[in-house]
Write a new protein. Structure first.
Length: 101
């Protein structure tokens, strides 16, 4: 199984992310963001399936934010577990990507 899937609809593109988001999967997440941005709609990360995220995963989220910003598309995140939300807070990303629950 891959890191996730992309679904477009309702005027937005959902990026569902599953499992561990670490060094081995950073490039895969960045590629998913590139595909999502290419759809030309606001991008929402569904983080409900993330079990673990490290600094490489956080870097991929920052790159996703930069890609969306460059394309003038909003980026949001939803379905954060308390543990993943805490990692985003520690990494300083909680203010960068708004929640869209």
């Amino acid at each position: 199984m891959g890191l996730g899937r992309i679904e477009a609809g309702d005027g937005r593109t959902l990026v569902f992310v599953f499992g561990d988001v670490d060094t081995a999967r950073e490039a895969e997440l960045v590629a998913m963001f590139e595909d999502a941005v290419g759809m030309g709609q606001p991008v929402v990360i569904d983080a409900g399936g993330i079990e673990f995220i490290d600094s490489s995963g956080l870097r991929a989220l920052v790159i996703g934010h930069q890609l969306c910003e460059k394309a003038s598309l909003p980026l949001g995140i939803r379905n954060l577990t308390p543990r993943i939300e805490r990692v985003l807070e520690i990494g300083g990303l909680d203010g960068l990507i708004p929640r869209m629950d």
